[in-house]
Design a protein around this ligand. Structure first.
Ligand code: MG
Length: 362
């Protein structure tokens, strides 16, 4: 039976618009979603239940942004920017039915987020109607909050799911009323200047210390009954908590902002690079000796200069910046050769990682 969409009841602006769009079409279009499963497939394998015993609450680290420490909702607001309609009791905040989503005042992008939550002790409803809430990264990518202890629903809609996309790897849910935790690492979706998607958002989630989402790529905004492709949005957007009409509680919410990820591989050396003439390569090749008697070998496989330390199996490729100054292609540091009148390397000084090595030609 088609129930009243919860997004409509609570008035979430993004998702409510989606529902209006569906109604406007006259029929509900079940869009094909990427991956082997369509959204909300009840035949999808159910995650195995795992017992957990998390040590909660988890104190925030010193660099965390404290979003809720049990005192007040000063870091939160309603969808319209007014004071949040949720209530604070004895160190926790509780969703008030029909009060709407809760949004952080500040926006966030890449982050590590810690949230503790509990579903109501008194079990009411079933499926999606039992202890439903949600943690929305950037106001639009939901990690589902649900009482999933002995409660059957579609696997991509149970606690720990990326809603409508990825079921949790296991069902790590605790009993109703018990405090649970989410630890989330989220990488936002960057967009190109023309507004097209550069990379999808990526999320990792631990529920009660157990991995439930392993670095999965989010397909787009999460929603009920609709596939939402990515649409260009800001780099930072508020974190949101969902009012789904159930008095779900939250406490100890903190977040660490993460630096943007750097491209893989070693940093580019911006110094000019020169090519050592083939006829001059031999001037560097040879055996060198350190004062302690250990050997340093300069070799040139395929005409590319390498340095190898005695006791190390890995030759280090050299990059020439002049006939005497070299760097290592993958290692921070450098190498200086002393050349005699005939341009023969007679001595070398290597520096890396706070270590200086000097050697003379044997
Ligand atoms: Mg939800």
């Amino acid at each position: 039976m088609l129930t009243i969409p919860f997004q409509m009841r609570i008035g979430h602006p993004i998702l409510a618009c989606s529902w209006i769009a569906l109604i406007g079409c006259g029929t509900i279009a079940w869009a094909q979603t990427p991956g082997p499963w369509k959204a909300h497939d009840m035949s999808r394998p159910r995650p195995q239940a795992v017992q957990t015993n998390p040590a909660l609450p988890v104190p925030p680290p010193s660099d965390a942004v404290i979003l809720f420490d049990g005192q007040d909702l000063s870091q939160w607001r309603s969808a319209t920017g007014e004071a949040a309609g949720w209530v604070v009791h004895e160190g926790y905040l509780e969703s008030v039915p029909d009060s709407g989503y809760l949004y952080t005042v500040r926006g966030f992008g890449d982050c590590q987020l810690h949230v503790e939550w509990s579903s109501p002790v008194k079990v009411m409803g079933d499926g999606q109607g039992r202890g439903n809430s949600g943690v929305f990264l950037m106001s639009r990518y939901e990690v589902q909050v649900l009482d999933s202890f002995d409660n059957v629903t579609y696997p991509d809609g149970q606690a720990g799911a990326v809603y409508g996309q990825y079921p949790p790897l296991v069902n790590a849910s605790r009993k109703p009323g018990e405090w649970q935790s989410y630890d989330i690492v989220f990488r936002r979706p960057p967009f190109r200047r023309d507004g097209s998607l550069l990379k999808p958002a990526v999320i990792t989630v631990l529920q009660n210390g157990v991995l439930v989402q392993d670095h999965v790529e989010i397909w787009g905004g999460t929603s009920w009954l609709k596939h939402l492709p990515y649409d260009n949005h800001a780099d930072r957007m508020p974190l949101a908590l969902q009012d789904h009409g159930n008095p779900v509680r939250y406490r100890n919410i903190w977040l660490r902002e993460l630096p943007e990820q750097q491209p893989a591989g070693p940093a580019e050396d911006r110094r000019p690079v020169i090519a050592i003439a083939e006829r001059a390569i031999g001037n560097y090749v040879g055996d060198f000796l350190r004062d302690d008697g250990a050997a340093v070998w300069i070799t040139a496989p395929q005409g590319r200069l390498h340095l190898q330390l005695e006791g190390s199996r890995q030759p280090l490729e050299l990059v020439a910046h002049s006939t005497t100054e070299f760097s290592f292609r993958h290692l921070a540091g450098g190498l200086t050769f002393e050349l005699d009148e005939s341009k023969l390397a007679t001595r070398l000084v290597m520096e890396y990682g706070g270590t200086k090595i000097e050697a003379r030609r044997k």
